[in-house]
Design a protein around this ligand. Structure first.
Ligand code: PY5
Length: 301
């Protein structure tokens, strides 16, 4: 399937199968890649990329943190993404811009070494969703924090912390992990932000809780506000999820994924709650261009 796709690689469109790196590539050895995850959705005029500018801004911020010179402007990368979707004739897809140190010497320091960027776009359906909601486990692994790594940077290395938590949860028969921060409060999922619903309002961990400030999280807070649903950004105790009325994950890949149980405890009555389903419905309206109010979030392909 990917064999028929083209990717953008340092300014050129090439075949997916020709996009290869040496096995000793620095970013493969040491996790020094940086990336974004973006989705495009169909709408009545064709398709559009959701919150492209915000994702590109975060990509450039991550690059700055890791001293990667992207060599292209934000506008050039954005145009490359749109052109890639047109060339591959993709409407609904997942877009992965990735920058990395392509040096293949053994040394750890990438200082001053050459970098490359690629952009891949692939068809991608639901990430975690099951019609019934997912079963989560509180991880025994803590979420990384700002004393250890830049949590606002979307860097490959951060995802080993995500992966170890996900592997633990999956090997015990759960669908996904929930990670606590250093202080014991709820932080986020391995690749998703988390929300709970209590007494008609949303509660989500705040910026200070060392989460990745997700673009979906921000979209949900704004969409909920527009629907008259309040969001409190505050620390969440682990046990607050157990007694929440509803809970869900939010992320580009996960979109809005309802959580039906945590650590074997059923959330609410175990069915997808009213606020969660209202938000899923409105989020889908927004990304598919059926909500005029949030139309600026879409960049037409
Ligand atoms: N927290 C973490 C650790 C994430 O990796 C992600 C996104 C989010 C929160 C949500 O951020 P956003 O809403 O900006 O996407 N994860 C990626 C995604 O594309 C990768 C998942 C495999 O959703």
């Amino acid at each position: 399937m990917k064999g028929d796709l083209k990717v953008w690689w340092d300014g050129k469109f090439i075949e997916y199968k020709d996009a290869k790196v040496p096995i000793l590539t620095h970013s493969l050895q040491y996790g020094s890649g940086i990336f974004e995850g973006i989705r495009a959705y169909k709408n009545e005029k064709g398709s559009a990329v959701f919150r492209l500018r915000d994702h590109i801004k975060r990509f450039f911020n991550t690059a700055k943190i890791y001293r990667i010179d992207l060599k292209y402007s934000m506008d050039e990368i954005s145009q490359a993404i749109l052109e890639l979707l047109r060339i591959n004739k993709l409407d609904e897809c997942y877009i992965r811009p990735f920058a990395f140190y392509r040096d293949d010497s053994i040394g750890l320091s990438p200082f001053g070494k050459e970098t490359s960027i690629y952009i891949a776009a692939v068809p991608f359906d639901k990430y975690l969703s099951k019609s019934s909601g997912i079963r989560c486990k509180t991880s025994t692994w803590r979420r990384i924090n700002s004393k250890i790594l830049p949590v606002q940077a979307k860097a490959s290395g951060n995802y080993l912390n995500s992966l170890i938590a996900n592997l633990e949860a999956r090997s015990l028969g759960f669908d996904e992990a929930i990670m606590l921060g250093e202080n014991g409060y709820v932080a986020e999922g391995p690749g998703e932000n988390i929300f709970i619903v209590k007494d008609g309002a949303l509660i989500t961990p705040p910026d200070e809780s060392d989460i990745l400030l997700g673009i979906t999280r921000d979209s949900i807070i704004k969409i909920a506000g527009h629907l008259g649903i309040k969001t409190l950004e505050r620390n969440i105790h682990r046990e607050e999820i157990y007694v929440a009325d509803e809970a869900f994950f939010a992320g580009t890949a996960a979109e809005i994924t309802p959580i039906s149980s945590v650590d074997g405890i059923t959330i609410g009555d175990g069915n997808i709650g009213k606020i969660t389903s209202t938000l899923i419905n409105e989020y889908m309206n927004v990304v598919h261009g059926r909500n005029e109010y949030f139309r600026d979030w879409l960049t037409q392909v």
